[in-house]
Design a protein around this ligand. Structure first.
Ligand SMILES: Cc1cc2nc3c(=O)[nH]c(=O)nc-3n(C[C@H](O)[C@H](O)[C@H](O)COP(=O)(O)OP(=O)(O)OC[C@H]3O[C@@H](n4cnc5c(N)ncnc54)[C@H](O)[C@@H]3O)c2cc1C
Length: 336
């Protein structure tokens, strides 16, 4: 293991923010991780996957540990399911493709989400009507201070909308080492969300398959979302906020076209992108920072924006949405 000093993290975050880490190292197994975190008086540590859900606002005065634990293995199967374990450092989309090739169903709607397998349970990644929660079996994580490996079942993870215990009560305590998924041998297609059905029709698909759904999702996402390799971004910057039924009724009478979906618990989820767009931010640009021209919810870096500029823009968006709609947005992206 080679610890590098004062290196730019620009290649390691999809916003392309140019800040320095005091120390940076990659680890490929648990023994290396244990060795790197052995010193109790060590510097602060940051676990990094693909850097696609992080906004760096300043230089990192500590040790960045980039997770490169690899490997995908079929553990066992029963009549309905196959149990597949993947190293935290595997690329999420490559893992999805690996499953689709083998006809293991359940991950197809989550195609083309950037980042690593290890970060996927952190915020219970989701898209097109499917979340990690739906396919998760268990994970192993290393407790940095107690120096032990703990297994988390689905209920231990307390998954919620873009939430888990790892973002709340266990924040910064565990390093996820691997995740096991329970995938279906016989698919249950989920095409009702977003524009999947229209896209399948446009593609001329007659025999539905998980590969066809994955391709449809890839097409939709590629046409709607900026590719971080071309324009720096971290996907949706804010979560979709939920409001009470009463507040929704008031908003609906003032804004007839408000985009909203009912939650199972009776509250109403509003589309954060719609709220932000109504405040005039869509396509906004100031210097190298702004909101994407096709999706106001995606903050972008056109070149050399700083993390502080992006954070400041997110503050202004929060305030304007609060003033106009009385709704408080919450950031989805991790601010460092
Ligand atoms: C274009 C684009 C589209 C996106 N679309 C979606 C989407 O549809 N749905 C969705 O849910 N998300 C989406 N995202 C967000 C992002 O892809 C996910 O949150 C992804 O899971 C982040 O993975 P990562 O490896 O890049 O995590 P990072 O950004 O590296 O890390 C995110 C957080 O997790 C922590 N972390 C990372 N790995 C570990 C580990 N092994 N153990 C402990 N902590 C860890 C980090 O410290 C940090 O706090 C999108 C992002 C982009 C750029």
């Amino acid at each position: 293991m080679q610890i590098q000093e004062n290196i730019s993290l620009r290649p390691y975050n999809t916003f392309g923010i140019d800040i320095n880490a005091r120390y940076f190292v990659t680890f490929t197994n648990n023994d290396e991780l244990e060795e790197l975190t052995a010193d109790a008086s060590r510097l602060p540590t940051l676990i990094l996957g693909g850097g696609s859900n992080i906004l760096f606002t300043k230089d990192y005065d500590g040790l960045v540990l980039k997770n490169e634990i690899k490997g995908i293995a079929e553990l066992h199967e029963d009549s309905e399911y196959v149990y597949v374990k993947a190293g935290a450092g595997e690329n999420w989309h490559q893992f999805v493709l690996h499953c689709i090739q083998r006809n293991w169903a359940g991950v197809e709607n989550l195609s083309l989400i950037p980042g690593s397998v290890g970060a996927s349970p952190m915020q219970n990644i989701g898209a097109y009507g499917v979340e990690i929660d739906d396919i998760f079996w268990d994970l192993e994580a290393y407790h940095i201070n107690e120096r032990k490996i703990v297994t988390f079942t689905r209920s231990d993870c307390e998954f919620g909308y873009r939430e888990s215990v790892f973002k709340k009560k266990y924040k910064d305590q565990f390093v996820i080492l691997n995740v096991t998924f329970r995938l279906r041998k016989k698919p249950r297609f989920n095409t009702s969300y977003g524009a999947i059905e229209q896209e399948l029709e446009r593609m001329g698909v007659r025999d539905l398959s998980i590969k066809a759904i994955s391709d449809a999702v890839i097409n939709i996402r590629s046409s709607k979302l900026p590719n971080p390799e071309e324009i720096g971004n971290a996907g949706s910057f804010f979560k979709n906020p939920s409001v009470s039924n009463e507040q929704y009724t008031r908003l609906k009478s003032a804004y007839e076209n408000i985009a909203a979906y009912p939650n199972a618990n009776g509250t109403i989820k509003l589309a954060a992108g719609w709220l932000i767009e109504q405040c005039g931010w869509k396509g906004f640009r100031k210097g190298d920072t702004g909101c994407h021209a096709k999706q106001a919810l995606v903050l972008v870096n056109y070149g050399n924006a700083t993390g502080r500029e992006k954070y400041q823009l997110s503050e202004e968006i929060l305030q304007r949405v609060k003033e106009k709609f009385g709704v408080t947005l919450e950031r989805e992206v991790n601010i460092i």
